[in-house]
Structures are given as C-alpha cells and as structure tokens.
Design a protein around this ligand. Structure first.
Ligand SMILES: NC(=O)C1=CN([C@@H]2O[C@H](COP(=O)(O)OP(=O)(O)OC[C@H]3O[C@@H](n4cnc5c(N)ncnc54)[C@H](OP(=O)(O)O)[C@@H]3O)[C@@H](O)[C@H]2O)C=CC1
Ligand SMILES: Cc1cn([C@H]2C[C@H](O)[C@@H](COP(=O)(O)OP(=O)(O)O[C@H]3O[C@@H](C)C(=O)[C@@H](O)[C@H]3O)O2)c(=O)[nH]c1=O
Ligand SMILES: [Mg+2]
Length: 285
C-alpha cells in the first residue's frame, strides 16, 4: 500500500512491515520519540498518510514494572494521539496489542469481547492504550497478538538459542500456554486489515491474531532446540519455580475466529516459520 505510515519500524513487526511495504513512510525513534506523544500528531499531519500502523511499544515486560510512567507514555498516551489524529484525517489506524491484557484465567481461548484484567505494568499500559484508541473515534482496529518472533528480534527464540549453546539442560515454564506468532505473518495481517478498512471502515474493532498451535513455553523451547544440532534437555517447571518481576498470564490462548471471518486471515503455523528462523538466527550467532 502506498502512503502508509509505520511507527516502530526498527522492531520485529516494524521490520517485517517495511519489508512487505517498502514504499511506506517509517520514521525511527530519532525522527519521532513516542515519549513526547504530541510529536506523533505533528508527524501524521505533516505526512498525511492513507493509513497508520502502530508497531511501536515499550515491550520490556519486567522493566516496565519499575518504569510504568514511561511505558504508559509509549503504550497508551502516544497511541491515543495517533488514533485521534487518524480520526481527524478519516484514515484507518491499526494498533497492535497483546495477550498480556488478560489475566490468564481458565483454559479457553480469549475472545475479543472478553474482559481484560492485566496482571502487570506492561499489560496495564497496553490496556490503557486500547481504551485511549477506542475513545478517539474514527475507524481503528486493535489487533491483539502474542509471543512474536522473527529472525532479527531479541525474543524467546534468541534466548533459547543462546542458553542452549551454554548449557545441557534448561528449566522452562510449562504452565503458560499461548501461540507463538511470526512477525512476517503479523505484518501481512496488519497490512491486509489497513487496506480492508479503507473500503470498509465498519469493520473497525478489536481482533485477535496469533500463531497455531498453542503450546507451553517449554514445548516451544523444545521445538527451537529440535531445529539445532544440540541435545539440550528442556525440563518442564511451574511458573512458581521461575520468579520474575512481572506476573505473566497462564492462559494466553487467543480466539482468532472473527479475524478469519472478517478479514480472511488464518492463523499461521509457527512451526513452518521456525524451520527458517532458527537456521537464520544460528547463522548470525
Ligand atoms: N514481542 C512480543 O512478543 C509481542 C509484542 N506485541 C505487541 O506487538 C507490537 C510489536 O512488537 P515488537 O515488534 O515485538 O516490538 P519490539 O520491541 O521489537 O520493537 C518495538 C519498537 O518500538 C519502538 N519504540 C519503543 N520506544 C519508542 C519511543 N520512545 N519512541 C519511538 N519508538 C519507540 C522501538 O524503537 P527502537 O528500536 O528505537 O527501540 C521499536 O521500533 C507492540 O505493540 C507489542 O506490544 C504483542 C504481543 C507479543
Ligand atoms: C529464559 C527463560 C524464560 N522462561 C520463561 C519466562 C516467561 O514466562 C517465558 C517467556 O519469556 P520471555 O522473557 O520471552 O517472555 P516475555 O518477554 O514476557 O514475552 C512477552 O512479551 C510481551 C512483549 C508480549 O506481549 C507477550 O505476548 C510475550 O511475548 O519463559 C523460563 O521459564 N526459563 C528461562 O530460562
Ligand atoms: Mg521479553
């Protein structure tokens, strides 16, 4: 799509978006710092895009516990300003959110209508961002995803490749379940949604999009190691055995049915993408 404005172009999703939409306008943090949220409005009004995709966020989940004010500016205030400006211009706004807005109770996949109840600062600021975007009017889509990975991100795959090279056993939580999501497929979803909204703004709303099948972090780690030459053993542990500053949801399953019926987007099989991502990351190490 020509005339799309992408925030967060240096992140996992942002890089995938720029790769798929090379003609996009993609300012970096040096151009526009989201911790000065009003700067986003100036940038949008100056560029006059046909659509906006916000892939920028404060994503350091544990660090956010001690720095919630900064996380709030980037994850809530800035997206609110973007949404307001998009509404003024009458253009689609795609804003990406997270499974961490939910409290992880139960076993069934969360639907877009389910009530969020974040457990930590990152989830709270992302939920505040959703509310700010919805209150701005216009035709925004909030696309919640989970466990994003790509070959160029500092993500769970990166951590497991590094740790498995150093140790012959890793202890990984087996009671947090979710869908690892390839940044490439998520980028396609964002661009498809932005394009669809231009002709069909009534499709605005909250949607879910995550990779399939749902697994535990421990199962995911085993799938990563299985794609290397190493024999590292992955031991299943409980969340209680792996204390972290931020509490994380146990059930991160996202129901993506309305995304499929409304936009024709099917859940990507993360295992197929991982087949390529692991060797690519190994080659970079
Ligand atoms: N990573 C994950 O597992 C998940 C992510 N999400 C959501 O998906 C979206 C994309 O995430 P992902 O690509 O993984 O994120 P990354 O952490 O890879 O990238 C974050 C991006 O935000 C930019 N950014 C952060 N702070 C500022 C700032 N003050 N000013 C300008 N830009 C800033 C970063 O710029 P810089 O490079 O300069 O730091 C970078 O481009 C986010 O909304 C995130 O909340 C949802 C579920 C899971
Ligand atoms: C490295 C390591 C992690 N873990 C656990 C901690 C955590 O529960 C889980 C994943 O670790 P991470 O640090 O990758 O998790 P985290 O950074 O919380 O990942 C989240 O990031 C944000 C941005 C999101 O929006 C979420 O969807 C999710 O992807 O694995 C172990 O049990 N053992 C280990 O050795
Ligand atoms: Mg992390």
């Amino acid at each position: 799509m020509t005339g799309v404005l992408i925030f967060g172009a240096t992140g996992q999703l942002g890089k995938a978006l720029v790769r798929q939409s090379p003609q996009a306008h993609a300012p970096s943090r040096a151009d526009i710092d989201l911790s000065s949220p009003e700067d986003c409005a100036d940038a949008i009004l100056e560029y006059r895009p046909k659509a906006i995709i916000n892939a920028a966020a404060y994503t350091a989940v544990d660090r956010a516990e001690e720095d919630e004010a900064t996380a709030h500016l980037i994850n809530a205030t800035a997206p609110g300003v973007m949404a307001r400006t998009a509404a003024t211009l009458g253009i689609p706004f795609v804003h990406v959110s997270t499974d961490y807005v939910f409290d992880g109770s139960g076993q069934s996949p969360w639907t877009p209508e389910d009530q969020p109840n974040p457990l930590g600062a990152y989830g709270r600021t992302k939920r505040a961002g959703e509310i700010a975007v919805l209150q701005a009017g216009g035709c925004p889509v909030i696309l919640r995803t989970s466990w994003v990975f790509s070959a160029d991100g500092i993500n769970f795959v990166h951590a497991i490749l590094r740790l498995s090279a150093e140790r012959d056993q890793l202890s990984i939580v087996a009671d947090q379940i979710g869908g690892p999501t390839p940044a490439s497929a998520l980028a396609t979803a964002c661009l498809t949604i932005a394009n669809t909204l231009r002709a069909a703004p009534e499709k605005a709303g909250i949607y879910h999009y995550s990779g399939s099948p749902d697994v535990s972090w421990a199962e995911y780690a085993r799938a990563i190691v299985a794609r290397t030459q190493r024999q590292t053993h992955i031991e299943d542990i409980m969340t209680t055995q792996y204390p972290t500053p931020a509490k994380r949801p146990l059930n991160s399953r996202l129901s993506c049915n309305s995304t499929t019926t409304t936009f024709g987007l099917n859940r990507p099989d993360w295992r197929k993408i991982l087949d390529d991502v692991v060797p690519e990351m190994e080659a970079q190490r």
